[in-house]
Write a protein that binds this ligand. Sequence first.
Ligand code: BTN
Length: 258
Amino acid sequence: MPEFIQLPETPSTHDELRARWRDAGGALPSGTAIVTDTQTKGRGRHGRSWIAPAGKTIALSVLVAAPDTDVARERFPWLTLAAGLALREVVRPLVPEDHSVTIKWPNDLLIDGRKSAGILAELLDPMPGKLAASVGIGLNVLLAEDELPVPHATSLALAGAELSDALIEELPTLITDALMNRVDRLVNAAWFPKNAGLLAELQEHCETVSQQVRASLPGGEVITGEAIAVLEDGRLELRLADGSRRALSAADVERVRP
Ligand code: BTN
């Protein structure tokens, strides 16, 4: 049975899970989770730090292990996208209906267009025949306006969610279960997100698709175009002004007005 490990404080749930995976020689079951509400050195995408005031957020890292195949490696970006869908499933019923809850490709959960959670999936040390990743989620739960670490952020509390202590305590389990449900479907569908129903779910809830966007690529290149689809391998496909198409695997994407 996967363990759910609650820590009062840790530098990074990702680093904690990575260390436990290494110490156990890979003998940890898929679905093992590390959770804390006080993460002191959280990491975000592209080497950024993930800042979270003590006791106000949830930091969660979930171990996903599956047989190592070429197709599983190619579909690895889907772990981030599946985590976004899992988060959305849990968060949607908590906030009043007049607030939108959407996914910004590839890794943000937005409430009314503001970032309420970020996701970072990292591969763990290879073990023979096994592909393992730590899927990390940072969710802003109780932050007040003056505690938001970056502009254009929000929290569940700011969006009007009614949050009892019992519900806050239950959130990491609900998110992990929703994530592992999607991971199991993906693995059972031989990592074809379309067959697992994830492509359609993402197409419905990913607000980036059909937007005019500016994408900043890791090498510094900036391109603009219309986001037209998320592909089977998790890349975002853009149609550029000259009609050509370009698929992005990593980028910071911002909406621009046409
Ligand atoms: C981002 O938006 O840049 C992604 C942020 C991911 C933060 C989470 S919190 C749990 C896990 N542990 C970390 O150190 N980072 C991720």
